[in-house]
Design a binder for this molecule. Structure first.
Ligand SMILES: NC(=O)c1ccc[n+]([C@@H]2O[C@H](COP(=O)([O-])OP(=O)(O)OC[C@H]3O[C@@H](n4cnc5c(N)ncnc54)[C@H](OP(=O)(O)O)[C@@H]3O)[C@@H](O)[C@H]2O)c1
Length: 229
């Protein structure tokens, strides 16, 4: 049976990804930083929970040795920057917090947990980016500087790591997704799509059939379609 790790699995889109993977008989572990949220979600899902801040590299390493290695890693943790966070209005604290969690936290989790799937030449890494991080389309509109730039960094991370792992030729798939505006604590209750709808493409990327040389990886996906970075 495949094993998956879902960061941000304690709430929102990550919770729905974990639910979808479990429904497909994938043994799933969720990771969040708030102990109550992690415990509640793990009990609801019937999943294992890891409580660790993605900024805590040593804590992630300690968690790694306590768990069997993962074949699928979905990174769905994240924070939004403050509302008034144009470049000249953003605080240094908000910049550091957003970049540390959204971008350095992605590096930390992949660097600690992806070694196994690279070595076994089989596995998937799917990372929640955002359309706000695109360098074409809506990502260029300015504002929310820490968040947009953290997600642009995530896009660069995915592209870079996908090339380093052979763009699918060596059994490892690495992709970014834009879930679109979804009803979660981050997206708010009036978002146009449900969290389950926002999670669907990530679940598909984690479980799709993949034929090297035919199917593509190392790309940015929205609703199962490739979109420009
Ligand atoms: N919702 C949207 O409309 C939307 C649109 C585009 C992109 N996204 C992206 O999709 C991803 C999921 O968003 P969401 O809407 O599901 O957010 P959410 O409902 O606010 O949930 C955020 C998740 O991230 C975890 N998290 C936050 N900081 C963490 C840290 N320092 N260490 C470990 N875990 C941490 C939270 O864990 P705790 O419960 O422990 O706090 C929670 O599970 C994010 O990357 C977000 O940027 C969302």
């Amino acid at each position: 049976m495949a094993r998956a790790l879902v960061t941000g699995g304690s709430r929102g889109l990550g919770f729905e990804v974990a639910r979808g993977l479990i429904a497909r008989n994938i043994e799933t572990t969720i990771l969040g930083q708030n102990p109550e949220n992690v415990a509640r979600a793990a009990a609801q899902l019937g999943a294992t929970g890891i409580c660790c801040d993605v900024r805590d590299y040593d804590g992630l390493q300690s968690a790694k040795v306590k768990h069997d290695p993962f074949d699928i890693i979905v990174l769905s943790h994240g924070v939004m920057s403050e509302k008034m966070s144009k470049t000249m209005k953003a605080t240094k604290e908000d910049w550091d917090r957003t970049l540390d969690i959204n971008l350095t936290g992605v590096f930390n989790v992949v660097n600690v947990f992806a070694e196994h799937l690279v070595e076994q030449r089989s596995g998937r890494v799917i990372i929640f980016s955002a359309c706000l991080g695109r360098m074409s389309g809506p990502g260029n509109a300015g504002g929310l500087a820490p968040y947009r730039i953290s997600k642009a960094g995530v896009n660069a991370f995915v592209r870079n790591f996908a090339h380093e792992t052979g763009l699918g030729a060596r059994g490892v798939l690495v992709d970014a997704i834009c879930p679109n505006h979804s009803q979660t604590d981050m997206g708010g209750p009036n978002a146009p799509r449900t969290a389950a709808e926002g999670a669907e493409t990530a679940i598909w990327l984690a479980t799709r059939e993949f034929t090297p040389g035919v199917d593509q990886t190392g790309l940015f996906w929205e609703d199962r379609e490739v979109i420009p970075w």
